[in-house]
Design a protein around this ligand. Structure first.
Ligand code: PEP
Ligand code: MG
Length: 581
């Protein structure tokens, strides 16, 4: 039995056989060719190399035209790597002399190549290593080795163990069979973590190197509550976790009774409790768990979960479905938040060294109007079906907000001129995710219809800590007193200008932190559907005076750790059922 500790990012427990993916997420079996198969296999490799070359050259030309030669050079460099004579010679040797299959040879040679680059400890070269893995993936796809990878060909329940999973890979996990996942890399606030929560898939990330210790089909326990991964558990541990699973099921059953009861404190203070969604199908869970509306619809997942860039019609269909299914309840559509760890179909930004500080989110939308306009048109068109509100992410300057709002007006005028049914008098808001916006909030508050604090990014940008980096995960705390002071300021300004304010970052999905937010004056929380009933339970277990007392005490504390310990204590006192052991 081996017990590993990682970062818990999505609660729940799962027990099952391991499916180990190699560093790039593929599993290429080693196969030995018969002597008479070697020539044909080598020809297949050459064909794959030609196909990838053609693709890279097309990417280079297209990208250079759209985003400048500098960006196009990324593909020129990949082409050069692909044709590196030493690399080609090694592939030839493995197929011809060692009789390895082309796919196996590609996966081994390119992996070794990437690993050698990684050993030179330079951030610049680390990007190069990713380029090599990208070439590997393309070659493997041409060779037909990864098009139907292990993840798309499951027939039994598994626990996925991988070096890394991107948000889109996570979004595409087959929920029928994948019970949980664990990764060597990743941090608590990354979008992979958010998708896992959205899918209600127990997950532990940032474990560090451990895949070498695990074989396929090993029995594994994932404890998403405490960030533990247990390989080959003994009978006693299995019994303990089976009981835990049973307890969780019975808590879920008890919580489901709260579905139709209002989210209000003991003394009757009403709280609006909405849900965060990434995909239209999640509305079913929102309704099932009694959400008051959708407080954050992360529309960029439409990009991340499809193979082609979505059209205006695709946007329209997705939004219309969400709005109709929410049946009159408010739906807040957040415009595209692509970039950083959520990449789209085409290279939209130059290769960046600090993508979280780069061309992401609203900045990227405003620079790619051919991407942004169809989305805005679709939102206004879909708005005829219900109570729709739109908000812009990562607003940092007034100019950005004004530009986005102006574009919305222009799009509305276009729709009028073309006689296309739509509704343009919808509330327009902004996400408060950057300290600069908090400092300028009095100005913003005069122009926006509502505010929504994205504590995931607000914590990242306040504490100067990458939300998806496991090395600094300890520092990434939305309960940090500095973050709390910024939130307090937002609450004050929102009240002063009489603007509705919500919190849609993950912070509000933690029942203890939710009580703190109520005490600070927040009355609208938006949480993943999986957390709705727990947060409602917490709200219904306290009086608003108790929450104020909690907030007063917390604002005297100096460190996130002290805040969380104190909050856990209070939660234990007021809502002991929610304490996970
Ligand atoms: C946030 O930053 O808190 C937020 C809700 O947006 P996202 O997590 O999608 O960046
Ligand atoms: Mg954000």
């Amino acid at each position: 039995m081996v017990e590993l500790q990682g970062i818990p990012v999505s609660p729940g427990v799962a027990i099952g056989p391991a499916l180990v993916l190699d560093a790039a997420g593929y599993r290429i079996p080693r196969t030995l060719l018969a002597a008479d198969e070697v020539d044909a296999e080598f020809a297949r490799l050459r064909e794959a190399v030609d196909q990838v070359s053609t693709g890279l050259e097309a990417n280079r030309l297209e990208t250079s035209a759209v985003a400048g030669e500098h960006t196009g050079d990324i593909f020129a460099a990949q082409l050069q790597m692909l044709h590196d004579p030493r690399l080609q010679a090694e592939l030839r040797r493995r197929i011809r002399e060692e009789r390895q299959s082309a796919a196996y040879a590609v996966s081994r040679v390119l992996h070794n190549y990437a690993a050698a680059i990684r050993r030179v400890d330079s951030p610049l070269l680390a990007d190069r290593a990713d380029d090599v893995l990208d070439i590997e993936k393309q070659l493997l796809m041409c060779l037909g080795a990864v098009s139907a990878g292990p993840l798309s060909d499951l027939s039994e329940p598994v626990i996925v163990l991988s070096h890394v999973l991107t948000p889109s890979e996570t979004a595409n996990l087959d929920r029928q069979y994948v019970r949980a996942f664990c990764t060597e890399t990743g941090g608590p606030g990354g979008h992979t973590a958010i998708v896992a929560k959205g899918l209600e898939l127990p997950a532990v990330v940032g474990i560090g190197s451990f895949l070498d210790q695990v074989g396929d089909h090993c029995n594994v326990i994932v404890d998403g509550d405490r960030g533990k991964v247990i390989i080959n558990p003994d009978a006693e541990t299995i019994a303990y976790y089976r009981k835990k699973l049973k307890d969780r099921r019975s808590l879920t059953a008890r919580l489901s009774e709260l579905r139709d009861l209002p989210a209000e404190t003991i003394d009757g203070t009403p709280v609006r409790l909405s849900a965060n969604i990434e995909f239209p199908h999640e509305t079913a869970t929102c309704i099932e768990r009694g959400a008051d509306g959708v407080g954050l619809y992360r529309t960029e997942f439409l990009y991340l979960s499809s193979h082609e860039e979505p059209s205006e019609e695709d946007h329209y269909q997705a939004y219309s479905r969400v709005i109709r299914e929410m049946d009159g309840r408010p739906v807040v559509i957040r415009t595209l938040d692509l970039g950083a760890d959520k990449m789209g179909h085409r290279p939209l930004a130059e290769h960046e060294h600090n993508p979280f500080l780069g061309l992401r989110s609203i900045r990227l939308s405003l620079r790619n109007l051919d991407l942004f306009r169809p989305q805005l048109r679709a939102i206004l068109r879909a708005a005829i079906h219900g109570d729709v509100r739109v908000m812009f992410p990562l607003i940092t300057t007034l100019a950005e907000y004004r530009q986005a709002r102006m574009l919305l007006n222009v799009v509305a005028e276009d729709l009028v001129e073309s006689g296309i049914p739509h509704r343009s008098n919808i509330p327009v808001g902004m996400m408060v995710e950057v300290p600069a916006a908090v400092m300028m909030l009095e100005r913003f508050a005069q122009e926006v219809d509502f505010l929504s604090i994205g504590t995931n990014d607000l914590a990242q940008y306040t504490l100067a800590v990458d939300r998806s980096n496991e090395n600094v995960a300890e520092l990434y705390q939305s309960s940090d007193p500095a973050v709390l002071r910024l939130i307090a300021r937002c609450v004050e300004v929102a009240a002063q200008f009489d603007k509705p304010l919500s919190i849609c970052g993950e912070m509000s999905s933690n029942p203890a932190r939710a009580l703190l937010l109520l005490g600070m004056g927040v009355r609208h929380l938006s949480v993943p559907p999986s957390s709705l009933l727990r947060v409602k339970k917490a709200i219904r277990s306290v009086s608003i005076d108790q929450c104020i007392e909690i907030a007063d005490r917390v604002m005297q504390l100096e460190a996130a750790r002290d805040v969380d310990l104190y909050l856990l204590d209070r939660l234990g006192e007021y809502v002991p059922e929610l304490i996970v052991t």
